[in-house]
Design a protein around this ligand. Structure first.
Ligand code: TRP
Length: 449
């Protein structure tokens, strides 16, 4: 059988768009966006973030989708068309490896969200006195088994969706969950805005403190967040693009997905910040914002328990459809390479990702003395994957599409109707995107050395 024969496809254009949006919308929009924006002053960060989405994120996203749609194969083979140096395959392999690595610790954080969801559902967390919530989070993280059990459970759910197939697993989950998530985040934002912190939250998110723009760290945080949130550079979009049927136009789809992902982060911010402000808490709390600060808010707000149930359900399901996309990258590769069935490669790969996540799951507890690169395992893995591998893979990707592929072919694959826009896009992919990512990479390398 030809490797390209009998490949799965999305049911239709809407299915493709929902699945890709579901990949983009994840922990990055709710947990990561809120704390990064919180640390970087809110509105000034948001402004730079939106500009980066338009100038770098959207062009790179279209480049990645177009590469997949043109190659109709997994990320490694997509880098190896006839007439191009085989060395590029290394870039595809790097992307597949990095997506596997992100999956392994992403699932650990998603596991924390599972624990909070079930804890509010059964009421046990809602009964804790407010002063003990921070200590409770610390005790959970230090527990010898709980973070690990939730991590494994989440990975099993991820594997189950992927094993069910592109249409019957990934696309179906997105069709079912995305409308629910959209309704839920709007509802939460509406309720949060009614609590009295709305004016402060709008000021925080929409009125920039211009002096913040003098901080170079803000730009790096914004570019990094754009790549993470849109899910660029890991081969996810190559893989999802490779399942697109003929006749689907990519530029419009990419624009809708980028806009949807950004809107989702913003509305999640409107659910989180008003509530934080209404009770006089501080939004600049770092990664603990969702797990330590928000439970305090839930303890204070009327109906907080059910708000928390909805919030953590949102977090868990958004994480699930993103984790699914990360697992699909190595699964697509392994299916082609081994010729085995989807199920036969998904089980060992999900198992391997669960094993790879063990240091992250236990590193906050029994393995807390283990340090990688001077950091706790979870932070080290996030640093290696998101700050180093992701930019390298993303540069390789835009450089490949911008320089290695023939210009005409690239423009045809991207399928932009306006000649002027097509030129602007090609310029962004050739120059602006690689440069911006290289800058981010160097700054990250300097910061970590
Ligand atoms: N975008 C997802 C989020 O916001 C995470 C994610 C999915 C991702 N696929 C990716 C991140 C590919 C980097 C690369 O949570």
């Amino acid at each position: 059988m030809e490797p390209h024969d009998g490949r799965e496809q999305w049911g239709n254009r809407a299915g493709f768009m929902l699945a890709t949006l579901a990949s983009a919308v994840g922990l990055g929009n709710i947990w990561r966006f809120s704390y990064v924006a919180g640390e970087n002053g809110g509105a000034a960060f948001l402004l730079v973030y939106v500009l980066c989405v338009l100038a770098i994120g959207l062009p790179a996203m279209l480049a990645e989708l177009a590469l997949g749609a043109r190659a109709r194969t997994d990320v490694v083979a997509a880098f190896a068309p006839a007439g191009v140096s085989r060395a590029w395959r290394a870039a595809g392999a790097l992307a597949a490896l990095a997506s596997f690595l992100i999956l392994s610790y992403y699932s650990v954080v998603a596991g924390w969200a599972c624990r909070y969801f079930t804890g509010y559902l059964d009421g046990s967390l809602a009964r804790l006195p407010r002063e003990t919530l921070a200590a409770d989070f610390a005790a959970f993280l230090a527990d010898p088994t709980k973070p690990l059990i939730w991590h494994v459970a989440f990975m099993a759910a991820t594997g189950t969706v992927v094993a069910a197939g592109v249409q019957r697993g990934i696309e179906r989950a997105a069709r079912l969950l995305m409308p629910l998530l959209a309704a839920l985040v709007l509802l939460l934002a509406g309720y949060a805005l009614s609590l009295g912190g709305a004016a402060k939250a709008f000021a925080f998110l929409l009125v920039p403190d211009w002096s913040r723009l003098a901080d170079p760290g803000l730009y790096l945080a914004a570019i990094g967040q754009v790549f993470f949130s849109l899910g660029i550079g890991m081969g996810v979009l190559v893989t999802y693009g490779s399942y697109v049927g003929s006749g689907v136009r990519l530029p419009g789809a990419a624009a809708v997905i980028a806009a949807g992902d950004t809107a989702f982060a913003l509305i999640a911010g409107l659910a989180i910040f008003p509530a934080v402000f209404a009770f006089g808490l501080d939004p600049a709390q770092g990664p603990a914002l969702a797990f330590e600060t928000l439970p305090q808010v839930f303890a204070l707000m009327p109906g907080g328990r059910w708000f928390a149930v909805a919030f953590f359900f949102l977090l868990v399901t958004a994480a699930l459809t993103s984790a699914v996309s990360l697992l699909e990258v190595p699964v697509a590769y392994a299916m082609r390479r081994s010729g085995r069935s989807r199920l036969a490669v998904t089980v060992p790969l999900a198992l391997a990702a669960a094993l790879a996540g063990i240091p992250a799951a236990l590193g906050t507890g029994v393995w807390r003395d283990i340090k990688l690169l001077g950091r706790a395992p979870l932070e080290a893995m996030d640093h290696i994957a998101a700050d180093l591998l992701l930019p390298v893979a993303a540069i390789a990707l835009v450089a490949f599409v911008g320089w290695a592929l023939p210009r005409q072919e690239t423009l045809a694959a991207a399928d932009i109707r306006s000649a002027g826009l097509a030129r602007a896009w090609h310029g962004a992919v050739r120059y602006l995107a690689p440069l911006a990512i290289a800058l981010m990479l160097v700054a990250n390398a300097v910061a970590s050395s």
